[in-house]
Design a protein around this ligand. Structure first.
Ligand code: HEC
Length: 156
């Protein structure tokens, strides 16, 4: 009885954490462009991360990166091959690269997956209809955590 009450309390706590993920404005980068704190407080799911990585409508990371254990037919090679990437970077740095790769690599073509403000909106000059205010991030806070969990499995 006691155990199940505790389990329930833990589940409720986890539910609360995932209901209140941080927004881009709350993210704290370290001086190397890494982000130490989890965006949600809920551990990422590596299988879900692999799916996001290879699904076009989600992360679509395979457009630029290859991971040889994934069954993705025509991976791109704009970005580095990610086999063994967890030997090169820890979760803090991987999270930072996903949230906003420009904090790690100045001028990179890699999209900032969790950035929601500070974009230039050239369309506005022509139409006056570009939205101002924050946009939705390309990936949600929990999706970022899932992809970090997946990348962390890529050791050689
Ligand atoms: C438009 C191409 C593009 C897309 C899409 C892209 N990346 Fe990248 N990524 C790059 C490039 C280019 C670099 C190398 C950094 C640089 O010098 O610009 C990089 C670097 C990285 C690195 C560091 C690699 C290393 O070996 O040091 C990781 C990790 C990474 N990307 C993960 C991802 C993930 C995960 C996604 C999908 C959510 C993604 N990338 C989507 C282009 C891309």
């Amino acid at each position: 009885m006691r155990l199940s009450t505790l389990t329930l309390a833990a589940l409720l706590a986890a539910g609360t954490a995932s209901a209140n993920p941080v927004t881009y404005a709350d993210v704290v980068f370290n001086e190397d462009g890494g982000v130490e704190a989890s965006l949600t407080g809920v551990a990422g799911n590596p299988e879900e991360g692999a799916k996001i990585f290879s699904t076009k409508s989600m992360g679509n990371c395979v457009a630029c990166h290859e991971v040889s254990t994934l069954d993705a037919p025509f991976p791109g090679n704009v970005g580095p091959m990610l086999d063994g990437v967890a030997d090169r970077w820890d979760a803090t740095q991987l999270r930072g690269i996903l949230v906003n790769a420009k904090m790690t690599y100045e001028g990179t073509v890699m999209p900032a997956y969790f950035k929601t403000d500070g974009f230039t909106r050239p369309g506005n000059a022509y139409t006056g209809k570009a939205p101002d205010g924050p946009l939705d991030p390309l990936l949600s806070a929990q999706q970022i955590e899932d992809v970090v969990a997946f990348l962390s499995t890529l050791k050689e």
